[in-house]
Design a binder for this molecule. Sequence first.
Ligand code: PMP
Length: 406
Amino acid sequence: MNFDVETVRRDFPILSTLVRGKQLCYLDNAASTQKPQVVIDRLRDFYSTENANINRGIHHLGELATDAYHGARRTVADFINAFSEKEVIFTAGTTESINLVASSWGRTHLKKGDEILLTGMEHHANIVPWQIVAEQTGALIKVIPVNESSEIDTEAFDSLIGERTRVLAICQVSNSLGTLNPIKSIIAKAKAAGVTTLVDGAQGAPHLLADVQELGCDFYVFSGHKIYGPTGIGVLWGRAELLDSMPPYKGGGDMIQRVTFEKTTYKGIPQRFEAGTPNIGGAAGLASAITYVQQFDPEELRAHETDVLEYALAMLGDMQGLTSYTRASKRAGAVSFTLDGIHPHDIATILDREGVAIRAGNHCTQPLMQSMGVNATARASFAMYNTKDEVDQLVNAIKKAYDLFS
Ligand code: PMP
């Protein structure tokens, strides 16, 4: 289907909200996206007509719920171009997916002196789980610095990746900077050095950049709620041979073959990593969100998003006293900025009065903020339903903030 932003906007009921009499301008999409009516309907329909536990109930509803859940896995596998649907593990979100890999893969494969390579622009979700496993195993964290252009220092990367590097965990798109990392070439280099790779796709998948075969990584993770789906559901994709070699991350029902008090044997993937009752409704909702996104021509959708982002960068770039941290030559999704003399939290508060929802803070990237020499930035982040008119609304609201503070 051709991409028409006005038609798309009508699919998202919340976008017609008035905030203190002003039209809502929702620019906090990197934190969480809004949901189209089809996703809202899918959740209602699932709980109205299909709800039961999966895999065990030999009854009508149990079969419907099981079909919905495993059908969702097929939809995700197709969306990310997985080699096989059994490589798709449902989790609670990006955070849980990374914790699963760090804990299960990390504790199996890392030992004292091994190196875990991260970048200076990682979200805490792609730092802390690795620190936990580093403490447990004696592995060391190494960090690829971010340069003045908000990009990964590729020369530093070349010198940091070495014989002791076991894993590289890197975001596809920075939630704080909007930097789109050159994942393919970085992964290719890591692979050539025999390094296992995890791509944090939390901000990449929503911009339809989640082709795992194209990227060449070993693990890819993302959250449903950032791609127009429900909260509480996310994905870990991993190469089957790697997932097969990993022990369970949590134990419980549905992941076992046989349990005795002496010994328990486990199922294969994906069930081995999905102990307990999963978020069945969430998986169904995520599948409908993906199907919704897939109806559009991906080139057209991306072109629209790029158009709005570049317009925002141009408009904000013209404003006096504004420092933009979105400087990378390749970018997606977000503009991060500060204004002279106004704290980012004050910017966000004043913008909210104008109906404009942005985020202010460290965006769960404290080490990045420290390296940039700031405590916080204001961030406007965009989704497919945002428009250039909304960028104008943002710019006008920022001008008001200036007037108030000058
Ligand atoms: N990584 C990145 C790049 C993110 O932007 C986020 C969410 N802000 C996360 C990880 C964590 O995602 P979640 O809270 O959905 O688990």
